[in-house]
Design a protein. Structure first.
Length: 210
């Protein structure tokens, strides 16, 4: 199962990706993490990316897609994967297709903006491994400590309500058009928001037939 999760920031993509990763035994391919790994490992495309990062420039789409392509050749991706953080724009989606990266389904998380703004105010993230938490929906077992790596769990500056409104505006303008992009290809499925993580997981499992 080769999946892309689409949805506004705070829609629950990270939390549900972790759950589905465990359920299906497939890895989450986080663009931020594999970019850092490629640079640290000094792969050819990682060295290209480092040039942009060191000069303070955005890493171009073709380099990001190249790094994803490298990661997807690894053994743990043979049974499928969940792409996290890409594509964010139509050009990135087109680059993924041109790069031969296969997608079975683009799953859209349908959540109203007002719900997201309220939800993000309670979101917390591990500073070490980026695992997502929430003060009510999914608190860490020990306050301020990550369940997975023991790192510090804290609020992020970009979860401030005014910042969230700006991020939502960018999402609607740049990323939301991907819904039509994947719908035209017969690959779009939607999952309506539910009050709890568990209920949303049940909806997703029903939509994906797992």
């Amino acid at each position: 199962m080769k999946l892309i999760f689409l949805g506004a920031p705070g829609a629950g993509k990270g939390t549900q990706a972790e759950i589905l990763s465990r359920l299906c035994g497939i890895p989450i391919i986080s663009t931020g993490k594999i970019l850092r790994d490629a640079i640290a490992n000094g792969t050819p495309i990682g060295r290209r990316a480092k040039e942009y990062v060191d000069s303070g420039k955005l890493v171009p789409d073709d380099v990001i897609i190249g790094i994803i392509g490298e990661r997807l050749t690894e053994a743990d991706c043979k049974g499928g994967y969940i792409l996290d953080g890409v594509p964010r724009t139509i050009p990135q989606a087109e680059a993924i297709e041109a790069g031969g990266i296969e997608i079975d389904c683009a799953l859209s998380f349908e959540v109203e903006d007002a719900v997201i703004i309220d939800r993000m105010a309670g979101r917390r993230v591990c500073k070490k491994c980026s695992a997502p938490f929430h003060i009510t929906a999914k608190p860490p077992k020990k306050e301020g400590v990550c369940d997975y790596c023991g790192g510090e769990v804290a609020a992020r500056s970009d979860d401030d309500p005014e910042t969230v409104k700006t991020r939502l505006k960018v999402y609607h303008e740049e990323t939301e058009p991907l819904l039509e992009f994947y719908s035209r290809r017969g690959k779009l499925k939607t999952a309506e928001n539910r009050p709890t993580v568990e209920e949303t997981t049940a909806v997703i499992r029903g939509v994906l037939g797992i």
